[in-house]
Each structure stands twice: as structure tokens, then as C-alpha cells.
Ligand binder design. Structure first.
Ligand SMILES: [Zn+2]
Ligand SMILES: [Zn+2]
Ligand SMILES: [Zn+2]
Length: 353
């Protein structure tokens, strides 16, 4: 019997279609081996030696060399084809007036019907490894922690821009994940508004807190730890769960085990612990699938200095493997069909991870 499950964080429903339960080897596209990936690809703009193929770097962690030269371990560059671009000083008033207009929408006229504003913000690429074939499952804890601390640093700096209201950190990999380049990288987009997906989640946190006085994520991970049937990995500071109402096969949710409002609270020790969990989750993925398209997204409020009043949230990372196709029910009704029960996914992680 299929089971309809409700996701307390997003307020959406998923059909867990357990009678057609799919194991890793049944997802053919994610098992297609496209041959070994070289450590350096001469045509790749993110590879060492090709620094001139990207816009000049914003920041880099280096063992040697000068700016925009080889010798880096992690390198941040502006996106060559940005979805949103930084604001120029001359444009400030235009942006401000567009923002002001958005706050005072007249009842019904062309302004509200066709409201828009300049596409300002930021779009950066964090080239996480100098190896073209680097994968999170093969990184050392030091290497992964360094990537996470670099992401945190940029997230904080981007919030210094007054036009940026939300910073989205994400990682696409593989064709179904929307990645145009094979070289492993994160992206950071600064948006001039808080996106609906995030404000929806925040309102769920608020609603739960107003009813119970507690944090929904703290309660959720406490129950999941007790039940112990959907845990993919855990250490002292972090837990990786296969969520109860997972939308995607082998989806995971990585969460600090102690209440933590924003990603900016990640210190060096916690970065190492998070690195340890992510490496273990990705080792699991890499053992199960030879080529797994996925999206990894961070959900976190701004650092404390940008938080206005009491803010309810508990930051976390979603990893969405792109094994299932989003079809009519997903698009039309935001109801998901997942052929892999999360309990089965968790068992595979503990066997493979
Ligand atoms: Zn490359
Ligand atoms: Zn919490
Ligand atoms: Zn979330």
C-alpha cells in the first residue's frame, strides 16, 4: 500500500510508493559509467593553468603563486554569465526606487500587474578543488572543512551588501542537476529578496514555535535519533537523515544536532565535524551510484548582525539526488512520488557509507 507522508518543514506531501521500491542499481542513468574523468582537463575553465579563462578571482586559498595563477586550493570567481549581477554605484537610486515601489504596490494598475526591478545581486562560483575529478567522497576532512569555511566567509561578506536580502549557497552536479561544467564547484547567489521557498520554511518554524515554544528541527532530530531508522550518518555535532517525507530517492538532510540559527555559527571544529558527515554521506552516494546528478542547497538565515529581531530557524543542508523526474503531479500539485522509502535509503547508507 503506498503511503502519503506529510513534511513538517515544507508543508508538502509525498507518496512513498514502497511496492515499487527502487534500490540504487535500478536507477540506470545514475549507473552509466562515462569512463574515467581526468585530473586535469585542458579545455576546462576551472582547471589549474586555465585561470585566464574565468573573470579575475575574488578570493583564493593558495599554497603558491600570485592572483589568477596556479597554486590555489580553493578559488572564487564571479560567474561569467551571472543570473544576477552586483549593483554599480550609478544604479543605486534606480534599485532603491524599484525596492520602494515593491513595498507600496498600488491596488490594481500596471505597476502591480507588471512589477519588476533590475536583476541585481551577486553570482559567484566557488571552485572547490584544483582537481577536475575531485568529489566530496574523496576529499580529506581538512579539505572539506576549508571549502565550508570559505563558503561561510563569502556568505557573510555578501550580506554586507545592503541590496542583498538572501544568500543562497548551492552545488549542482551532473546533467540532471543542471551543472554545465564537470569540474566540482559550489555557487553562491545573492538575491535582492527572501525567496518564497525560504520564507515558507521560516513561517513553518514560527508556526511550530508559537504552538509549542520549541524549535521544530530540534524536536524532529530528537525523534529521529530515538527512532533510529532513517539515519544516514551522525557524529557529535551533525546528523544526516533520510527525511520521513523525502521527495527524492536517497534525499538527505544534514543538520547541526544542537540548536543553531545560522550557518555563520560554524566555527573551525564544527566545520570539521560537518566535513566528516558530508564526506560520509557522499561516500555512500559514490559507492551506490557511479554518476549521481544532484543539487545540494543550504537553508540559513543571515548572520546575526542582519537579523532584525527574534528569528526562528535552525540551519540545514538538503541534498536532492536527481533520480526521479518531476512530472505532472509534482509540477501541478506539489505532491511528490518517491519510489525509495527513506528507511530503505538509510539502510543502504549504513551498508555502503
Ligand atoms: Zn576542470
Ligand atoms: Zn533547533
Ligand atoms: Zn530547508
Amino acid at each position: 500500500m503506498p503511503e502519503l507522508r506529510y513534511d513538517i518543514l515544507s508543508g508538502t506531501y509525498t507518496v512513498i510508493a514502497s511496492e515499487r521500491a527502487k534500490r540504487p542499481n535500478e536507477f540506470r542513468s545514475a549507473q552509466e559509467c562515462k569512463g574515467p574523468v581526468p585530473e586535469i582537463d585542458p579545455g576546462c575553465p576551472f582547471c589549474t593553468g586555465n585561470e585566464g579563462m574565468t573573470p579575475p578571482e575574488i578570493y583564493a586559498l593558495r599554497d603558491a603563486g600570485q592572483e589568477n595563477e596556479p597554486g590555489w586550493r580553493v578559488r572564487i570567481v564571479p560567474n561569467k554569465f551571472p543570473a544576477l549581477r552586483p549593483v554599480e554605484h550609478s544604479e543605486t537610486s534606480e534599485v532603491d526606487s524599484a525596492k520602494a515601489a515593491s513595498k507600496h504596490l498600488p491596488d490594481v494598475d500596471d505597476t502591480s500587474m507588471y512589477w519588476c526591478m533590475p536583476g541585481i545581486g551577486a553570482h559567484e562560483v566557488v571552485i572547490e578543488s584544483n582537481r577536475h575529478n575531485g568529489t566530496p567522497g574523496t576529499y580529506t576532512i581538512e579539505q572539506m572543512a576549508e571549502i565550508l569555511e570559505t563558503l561561510k566567509q563569502r556568505y557573510r561578506i555578501l550580506y554586507d551588501e545592503k541590496h542583498i536580502r538572501y544568500v543562497q549557497i548551492f552545488r549542482n552536479w551532473g546533467p540532471e542537476g543542471g551543472a554545465s561544467l564537470l569540474h566540482p564547484h559550489f555557487q553562491i547567489i545573492g538575491l535582492p529578496f527572501v525567496p518564497p521557498e525560504v520564507s515558507m520554511e521560516i513561517s513553518r518554524f514560527r508556526e511550530y514555535e508559537s504552538k509549542t515554544g520549541r524549535c521544530v528541527m530540534c524536536d524532529y532530530i530528537e525523534r529521529e535519533t530515538e527512532k533510529n531508522v532513517r539515519i544516514a550518518a551522525k557524529n557529535d555535532e551533525f546528523i544526516a537523515l533520510c527525511p520521513f517525507a523525502s521527495k527524492y530517492s536517497f534525499e538527505t538532510l544534514v543538520v547541526p544536532r544542537k540548536h543553531s540559527v545560522t550557518f555563520s555559527e560554524l566555527d573551525h571544529e564544527k566545520a570539521r565535524q560537518l566535513a566528516d558527515i558530508l564526506i560520509s554521506v557522499f561516500r555512500g552516494y559514490e559507492d551506490m551510484f557511479s554518476s549521481l546528478s544532484h543539487n545540494m542547497v543550504f537553508h540559513t538565515l543571515p548572520p546575526p548582525k542582519r537579523l532584525r529581531k527574534h528569528s526562528t530557524d535552525h540551519w540545514h543542508i538538503h541534498v536532492y539526488p536527481r533520480l526521479n523526474v518531476e512530472a505532472g503531479l509534482e509540477k501541478g500539485a506539489a505532491v511528490w512520488i518517491n519510489p525509495t522509502p527513506p528507511e530503505l535509503a538509510a539502510v543502504q547508507f549504513s551498508e555502503k557509507g
